[in-house]
Design a protein around this ligand. Structure first.
Ligand SMILES: Cc1ncc(COP(=O)(O)O)c(C=O)c1O
Length: 449
């Protein structure tokens, strides 16, 4: 027995059985990864999409449903890690992108959509006085950070452990492999006094503090409002640019998490759904910083990018933000998310299962732990055996939920999309409750071992 004790043996046996069931049900997904693996490392081009024994390959999607290569239908509770806010076939967005395509793409000049999308973004997020577009959230952070470093003539950038700001800005367990060589100062998220001291220590050389108002990829750990307000106060005093990475959280109120918190950062990075479901990134903020990009100026900063204003993202994003993701819809979807999270937490309590769901509004993450989760450290126990058990429980939960026709991230991340309604939420709850009923004993034994 590799696990060395009975309860983990039970857990491993349960996972082995669930994986065998998965493999038998998904021959075409298996064939896909094998074929792709001949020309792509592990058949993969986006690490987060990989899970064992192999990821489902998708044939398509409609509304909040997905169809895999073997023809199974799933309710899509992953929502493309928040970029799929509109679902898969919103008619307004579909029409806007189709029109843009019909009218011609790669025009090699400014188009009729970019100014209007910028206007809609500045209206929704008042701290963004001027905005520029790019191609991804990663690029948005790269550009916001470099703008701050250029404008302040300072070098260092503060980030937080387990923060994620893109493929070259990852500060989790395997941090640093591909990170950009910027002199990082890494603080502890939600640790108020420690971070204040670190900030003051490095104040003279810090260009920026980059923070997610809720750590999304880190497990949906909401930023303590007092912690975020402290960052605002200290950075203002020290002339450090405060960058809110709202690539994920901008959907958490009609005006982003910053609007709900009443905190105005100096700069904001955006991405995901704001391109209507196509590649997109944006960075913007205080006029005095952003106006340096004005090409009429003699001292202007150059910012290039062939697809910065690509017609389809601009048209889809504009239709999505102005006609589909209205403030009323933002509030509805976030209330639906609160309802699901509360429902799942109540079910776990009723079944006495060491499972909890963290997050805000339409974004949440399932965790297998009993203790309160307030800081990233609460999700990463020093006890490596416990850490491994928590991951294994996640694997089992994921496989069982897939078997019930519910698609979510392997790490337990859930992002609701606009086509979601109450009956969809009830289906998720029913599948989770079934998991608690059938796996409760294995789960408790594994965590108590
Ligand atoms: C908070 C945050 N910032 C930045 C990014 C990077 O965005 P992209 O994947 O578009 O590069 C992500 C992506 O998940 C994110 O969650």
């Amino acid at each position: 027995m590799p696990d060395g004790n009975r309860s983990n043996a039970d857990l491993s046996a349960a996972i082995a059985e669930a994986e065998a069931r998965f493999i038998a049900a998904n021959p075409k997904s298996k064939a896909r990864i094998e074929a792709a693996g001949r020309v792509m490392p592990g058949g993969n081009t986006r690490t987060v999409l990989h899970y064992s024994p192999f990821p489902l390959g998708w044939a398509g999607g409609k509304g909040n449903r997905l169809i895999d290569l073997d023809g199974h239908e799933y309710l899509d509770f992953l929502g493309e890690y928040t970029a799929g806010l509109f679902g898969h076939s919103d008619p307004i967005i579909e029409a806007a992108i189709a029109k843009a395509l019909r009218d011609g793409v790669v025009l090699g000049g400014p188009n009729q959509y970019e100014g209007k999308l910028a206007e809609a973004i500045c209206a929704r997020f008042p701290s963004i006085e001027l905005v520029r577009f790019c191609n991804s959230g990663t690029e948005a952070n790269m550009l916001a950070i470099q703008t701050a470093r250029f404008m302040t003539r300072r070098d260092k950038v503060m980030v937080f452990a387990y923060g994620y700001h893109g493929s070259v800005f990852y500060f989790g367990d395997k941090a640093g492999q591909l990170n950009l060589p910027i002199p990082w100062v890494v603080g502890d998220y939600n640790e108020i006094e420690g971070t204040r001291a670190l900030l003051r220590q490095h104040a003279a050389s810090l260009a920026a503090v980059v923070v997610e108002p809720m750590q999304g990829s880190g497990g949906c750990v909401p930023g303590d409002p007092v912690f975020l307000a402290m960052l605002r106060e200290e950075t203002r005093k020290a002339g450090i640019i405060l960058i809110f990475d709202e690539v994920m959280t901008s959907r958490l109120s009609p005006s982003g998490r910053q609007g709900a918190l009443g905190i105005a950062p100096d700069m904001t990075s955006l991405g995901k759904y704001l391109g209507g479901g196509l590649s997109f990134g944006a960075f913007g903020g205080r006029r005095d910083l952003m106006e340096r990009f004005d090409p009429y100026r003699d001292d202007s900063i150059a910012h290039a990018g062939t697809f910065n204003n690509n017609v389809c993202s601009m048209a889809g994003g504009l239709a999505g933000l102005t006609q589909v993701f209205t403030p009323a819809e933002a509030n509805r979807l976030n209330a639906l998310g609160d309802r699901l999270r509360d429902g799942l937490n109540k079910l776990a309590a009723r079944h006495d299962i060491p499972m909890q769901v963290t997050g805000i509004g339409s974004l949440m993450n399932v965790h297998f732990a009993k203790h309160p989760i307030r800081k990233p450290a609460d999700l990463h126990p020093a006890d490596k055996a416990l850490d491994k058990t928590m991951q294994k429980l996640m694997n089992l939960f994921h496989l069982d939920m897939l078997d019930a026709g519910i698609y979510l991230a392997r790490r337990g991340f859930v992002a609701l999309s606009l086509p979601m309604r109450e009956p969809d939420i009830e289906r998720f709850e029913a599948a989770a409750e079934e998991f608690m009923a059938t796996r409760g004993r294995v789960l408790k034994a594994a965590l108590e071992a």
